[in-house]
Design a protein around this ligand. Structure first.
Ligand SMILES: Cc1cc2nc3c(=O)[nH]c(=O)nc-3n(C[C@H](O)[C@H](O)[C@H](O)COP(=O)(O)O)c2cc1C
Ligand code: SF4
Ligand code: SF4
Length: 261
């Protein structure tokens, strides 16, 4: 029996929920990409390897790119990717193929799954009934993906028109993300609880003696800090002040700690 290993990156739990469902159905081991970047481990011979991540501006998050640049997939027997995304843009197949081939094994499959959009600088998250409908559809598609992974099927989903348009913004957008923490504003409702520090997958936040936030400019833009803050004390300009926060109902602070352990 081949080993299946799924690497995931998540800011608000959508990608984790999808990774968990596929792992459950394929009997896979789950490893957080922040953790794998810190403690690299070789891929077992002939393993099926999955990468589950949120789509950022029509492409892969910086940390996922760095992970793929550091890992060797040469020993893998099957490689698949699953994007979760707020829209219906498709999967960044060209970027995936480029990175995956350079890592030693061209991707055999890539899929995308719609989930609630967590990018609240642009728009509010969908209403709860809409979120529930998305979770149901997502579990359905994840189960179908798991079947195909077990059978090592080849299946490449590509970008649609909207995704290709968004892809034009990917380069400048992703390059600006590490310093995007300069835009975070902490309100007076901050209790200095440290949850934002705990959930950050990039170890990008620390609290100074007086509880002042220090941002280290290696931000991934995942918005975990903003969405997990129990006081809603983190904002990006004025735009996010009136928008509700989002996180997948099954995602906890300890899940976020686990992803980088
Ligand atoms: C920085 C950033 C950029 C995003 N860009 C896109 C995008 O281009 N297209 C899209 O459909 N969703 C986009 N989203 C929404 C997320 O891809 C989506 O909500 C995803 O499921 C979040 O997964 P997570 O909870 O695992 O972090 C973006 C979210 C963030 C934080
Ligand atoms: S999670 Fe919110 S309340 Fe807690 S320290 Fe961070 S900003 Fe302050
Ligand atoms: S600072 Fe916030 S947005 Fe940036 S990587 Fe950390 S949790 Fe994500």
């Amino acid at each position: 029996m081949n080993i299946t290993r799924i690497y995931y990156f998540t800011g608000t739990g959508n990608s984790l929920a999808v990774a968990k469902k596929i792992a459950e159905d394929t009997n896979a081991e789950l490893i957080g990409i922040p953790s794998a970047c810190k403690n690299p481990q070789p891929i077992p011979k002939d393993a099926s390897v999955g990468i589950v991540y949120p789509l950022y501006a029509g492409g892969l998050p910086n940390m996922v790119v760095r992970f793929l640049q550091s890992v060797s997939l040469a020993d893998a027997g099957y490689v698949f990717f699953v994007a979760t995304e707020g829209g219906q843009m498709g999967a960044p197949a060209s970027q995936i193929q480029r990175l995956s081939s350079a890592a030693g094994h061209a991707a055999d499959a890539c899929w995308w799954i719609q989930m609630p959009d967590n990018y609240i600088p642009l728009s509010a998250p969908p209403a709860i009934p809409e979120q529930k409908a998305m979770y149901d559809a997502a579990r359905h598609k994840a189960a179908a993906i798991a079947e195909q992974v077990i059978n090592r099927e080849k299946h490449i989903e590509k970008m649609g028109f909207a995704g290709k348009l968004m892809g034009l913004a990917y380069g400048p957008f992703i390059k600006a993300l590490p310093k995007s923490d300069e835009k975070f504003i902490i309100s007076s409702s901050c209790t200095k609880c440290g949850i934002c520090v705990s959930v950050c997958p990039a170890e990008n936040i620390s609290l100074a003696d007086q509880g002042k936030h220090l941002w280290h400019h290696r931000c991934e833009g995942c918005l975990a800090c903003l969405h997990f803050c129990p006081e809603e004390a983190i904002n990006i300009g004025k735009k996010t002040e009136l928008r509700s926060r989002y996180r997948h109902p099954s995602a906890s602070v300890s899940d976020m700690l686990q992803q980088k352990k």
